[in-house]
Design a protein around this ligand. Structure first.
Ligand code: PLP
Ligand code: SF4
Length: 335
């Protein structure tokens, strides 16, 4: 652990001081020798806040947090079947910034920005500028929801919805809470793991006072992402009445062992978070080296079922274009 990197700075400062230089990152971790394996992308560049780097082990080229953010030359290899928009999301926007794929829920991309750039991200080629809601689209979005009475939940996503200011976020909450049909507002975010200070008092108080149920799905892939400091912030969030769930992606070389998955579930539970989904990788261009055969995921899953209580076993799913829900992987198919 690099303790001198742990900071109590406010989250905006931490965000603006995120590391974008590969040389700086490798220098901090004493891994200069890795320079020959990495490359400097011109698009979807390295981006990692220092508080996340502080959770990495110095001198460990295989650190599971480092591997999530370090651009690897393998990204540049084109692999058949791995494409820019694997979920065909560019075709499912009835309105800019709104995805209505599943009957009762709509997803809003409130921003294209993220605090961290994860190399496996299925949205790394997404054209955010073309899909962010414009000022005019804001009212179109509320009109769309009103005209679709089957919608009872809105998911704030991105990018990372917690990378916007409280002022902007609260404006969305105000607008959504004014729609009586909505029972639930959900945030999908990785920021609590990357910069825990983002869960500030003002935010937690606002979430606590919401008329709607608030669900926060954090995107944590490895137990090491939740240190004591992070766990405290998560527990505080839970105490504010927020339902905390986790969604992870199965990533080769990062969390693809029984030990890593059980440790993740247990650490999440210690921090007041329940496992929700374990996604197999979306087949996005540049991420093939993180993928496993479905057979591998199924074998791992059977081991998890045998080892953990049911409430600590996430649902194993694959997201497919044009399917009205996340598709459960048929664990009996390859037995
Ligand atoms: C994942 C996702 C949802 C939410 O799905 P749940 O199964 O409710 O978690 C909703 N809309 C879109 C477009 C999604 O990708
Ligand atoms: S935080 Fe989520 S959306 Fe942002 S880069 Fe990482 S995986 Fe992609």
């Amino acid at each position: 652990m690099i303790n001198h990197l742990i900071t109590q700075k406010n989250w905006q400062t931490q965000l603006s001081e995120a590391i974008s230089s590969v040389d700086e990152l490798l220098g901090l971790l004493d891994l200069e020798a890795l320079k020959t394996q990495i490359y400097t992308p011109t698009h979807f560049k390295l981006r990692v806040p220092r508080a996340f780097v502080a959770k990495m082990a110095v001198g460990d080229a295989n650190d599971p947090l480092l591997k999530q953010v370090l651009p690897d030359q393998q990204e540049q290899i084109a692999v058949t079947g791995y494409i820019a928009d694997p979920l065909a999301e560019n075709q499912q926007n009835p309105i800019k910034g709104l995805l209505h794929k599943y009957q009762s829920r709509v997803l809003l991309t409130v921003t294209g920005a993220c605090a961290i750039h994860c190399r496996y991200c299925f949205r790394q080629h997404f054209d955010y500028n073309a899909n962010l809601p414009t000022a005019a689209a804001h009212s179109a979005i509320t009109t769309y929801i009103t005209e679709h009475s089957e919608i009872n939940e809105v998911i704030l996503s991105g990018g990372d919805p917690l990378s916007v200011s409280n002022r902007r976020l609260f404006a969305w909450l105000d607008k959504l809470e004014a729609l009586p049909q909505l029972t639930t507002i959900r945030l999908h975010t990785r920021l609590p793991l990357v910069i825990p200070e983002r869960l500030d008092g003002e935010l937690l108080e606002r979430l606590n006072q919401s008329r709607c149920r608030i669900v926060m799905v954090i995107h944590c892939n490895h137990a090491n992402e939740i240190d004591t400091h992070t766990a405290q912030y998560l527990q505080r969030t839970r105490a504010a009445g927020v339902t905390l769930l986790n969604q992870a992606v199965l990533l080769a070389g990062i969390n693809d062992t029984l030990e890593a998955q059980t440790a993740l579930s247990q650490r999440l539970f210690d921090a007041g978070v329940l496992p929700y989904y374990l996604h197999v990788l979306d087949k996005v261009a540049g991420a093939a080296h993180f993928d496993h055969e479905e057979r591998f995921a199924i074998d791992l899953y059977w081991s998890l079922l045998a080892l953990l209580p049911g409430y600590l076993v996430p649902k194993l799913v694959r997201e497919l274009p044009n399917k009205p829900f996340k598709v459960p992987i048929d664990i009996y198919s390859k037995r």
